[in-house]
Design a protein around this ligand. Sequence first.
Ligand code: C5P
Length: 229
Amino acid sequence: MDISSIIVALDDPNPTKNYDLMDRLAGVATRIKIGSIAFSSQGPKILEYAHQKGFKIFLDLKFHDIPQTVSKAVLSVTQICPIEFITIHALGGSAMIQAAKEVASMQEVPTSILAVTILTSHEQAWLSEISLQHTLEQEALTLGNLAKNSGADGVVCSAHEVSQMRSALGNNFIYMVPGIRLEGDAKHDQKRVATPKEALDLGATYLVMGRSITEAKDPASVLTGLKSL
Ligand code: C5P
């Protein structure tokens, strides 16, 4: 497989660990994901470091707020360095998604807006907790449609939803799939997981891989090993 479609998730609160991981992955990984754990602890510096190391950056802060706050937040982070992808929650609604997209597309290097539908850690019981009546797949599809119609460039969805999402939302859309595990790996807190090959066969455009790579003794060799899949 083409390993540039794998985005390595840096989720450590310890800056040294994240910087060390980037040093070890530089020249091997094309893309990395910086989420709320690393960004809350290391702030803009981690983005600047990732940019210097030559990585394309997926900033996964899952914004969900009033439209003006989200658009200003997107503007602030895109002024630190070029960001390839930013996440927002589709649950924020059409005005919020449009506001994020408007600012993202004005940047010199435009940023793609990806909408989170249903987190991969959620199960059906969570929908009942918030009185949603449909299945996880139906709710994710509703949110995917909302995101696309509001100008988002793609969605974050589990491997189990991606083929249905692609059939409904088309090929001209990005399908970012987390919850990826290698054969025999621990699932940790993820409920709906798939192997890299399964997720790509099901229609993923990019795969987000955290602990299967970052907790390995030699993260770079796990990544290069995936070339033979
Ligand atoms: O370690 P693991 O491979 O489970 O990491 C998955 C990454 O993808 C984490 O950074 C997590 O926050 C993120 N993610 C997810 N499910 C989503 C969106 C993002 O697991 N729906």
